[in-house]
Design a protein around this ligand. Structure first.
Ligand code: SAM
Length: 337
């Protein structure tokens, strides 16, 4: 098996894969373009767990040591916990993370802790059930809240992510800061990103990170944390400690301030495509190759190497965009957030 790291033309090495286990979701968030009536991918076109494990084996052999399981909503796919267990069996030292809306999380929190899942990114845009309904089209706020509480209770590391939206959840910033004061979690505001094609993006709701920060500073004393990810590790979040608080506050400046130079990510979509950059719609479909035996798999890996070599600097694509339009045609739920 080939073991050389997957390196691109800018010297970046792929070490982190975001694997979407399903495009289905139990919420219809306004920023995710589900409400645009996009159909779901038929089951037989979605990779089986067995196929996903094969892909992970191949990527791990090339130096990928971190996987984030995402979707759609990963917990809506049948057998998801069994899949997490199998990854842990095959890759004892793999850093396994999960991104979830927490609606179905509560019963699984203890098991995730026992499996050594390194952290959960919980998407949580509001503390108000009515606003939750407005954002997600769903009345499942209490379930999400229970999932969040269960994760905290069982000591799973939590990052709480809220999409920053002007006129939607901007007035709740003090509550988010209060939550970070009281709990040992990272509360992060993500800039609303232009995804989802025509109609799925509303520039008027964009609330830039510098404005979020200026507002947050009116409510709390924030001190920048320089080395958030530990020695030699970098990532997209700008983090701040909160005076007198247990947790931290942060901003993911996906739009206003790029972090492409450090990007070590590869996305694998649920229907079996590699995607080397969130902000580029260019994908390498590999499902048919994966399903056609050893020669196909060899060809799949060759195509991945070519795609990684050409991994773009996404901020250049963002800069070129027309600001009224989405830069990416697909929604986050279909790419794998
Ligand atoms: N269902 C899971 C969840 O809710 O966390 C995983 C998938 S969801 C698509 C992953 C993340 O993408 C969520 O944190 C969501 O808030 C974020 N997201 C989706 N569309 C976005 C957009 N247009 N701008 C910013 N964040 C977005």
């Amino acid at each position: 098996m080939e073991t050389a790291p997957l390196k691109d033309a800018h010297g970046r090495v792929v070490r982190y894969v975001r694997l979407s286990v399903t495009d289905r979701c139990n919420l219809r968030c306004m920023y995710c373009a589900h409400h645009m009536g996009l159909g779901f991918i038929p089951h037989d076109l979605i990779l089986t767990y067995e196929e996903m494990l094969t892909v992970l084996d191949l990527l791990a052999a090339r130096g990928v040591d971190k996987v984030r399981l995402t979707g759609g909503e990963p917990f809506v796919r049948k057998g998801f916990m069994g899949f997490v267990e199998r990854i842990r069996e095959r890759h004892p030292s793999m850093d396994i993370r999960i991104t979830t809306n927490a609606v179905l999380l509560a019963p699984h929190a203890a098991r995730l802790k026992a499996l050594g899942v390194g952290g959960l990114n919980i998407s949580f845009d509001t503390f108000n059930p009515e606003t939750f309904r407005h954002i997600s089209g769903s009345s499942l706020y209490e379930k999400a809240r229970q999932g969040l509480e269960a994760a905290l209770e069982h000591g799973v590391r939590v990052k709480l992510n809220a999409v920053a939206m002007r006129g939607v959840n901007d007035h709740e910033l003090p509550e988010f800061l209060d939550f970070a004061q009281k709990h040992a979690v990272d509360v992060r505001f993500i800039e609303y990103m232009p995804l989802g094609g025509r109609g799925g993006w509303d520039e008027g709701r964009f609330w830039p990170a510098d404005e979020v920060l200026a507002t947050a500073q009116q409510y709390a004393t924030l001190t920048p944390i320089e080395d958030y990810h530990g020695k030699g590790r970098t990532g997209p979040a700008k983090m701040f400690s909160i005076a007198g608080g247990k947790g931290r506050f942060g901003l993911i400046t996906a739009v206003s301030c790029h972090f492409c130079a450090d990007c070590n990510r590869l996305r694998v979509t649920s229907e079996g495509s590699f995607r080397t950059c969130l902000f580029s719609d260019s994908e390498v479909p590999f499902r048919d190759l994966l399903r056609s035996g050893p020669q196909g798999i060899k060809e799949m890996m060759r195509q991945l190497e070519v795609a990684v070599q050409a991994k773009p600097l996404g901020f250049q694509l963002l800069q070129q965009r027309d600001r009224q339009e989405a830069v990416i045609q697909r929604s986050m739920s279909s790419i794998g957030g």
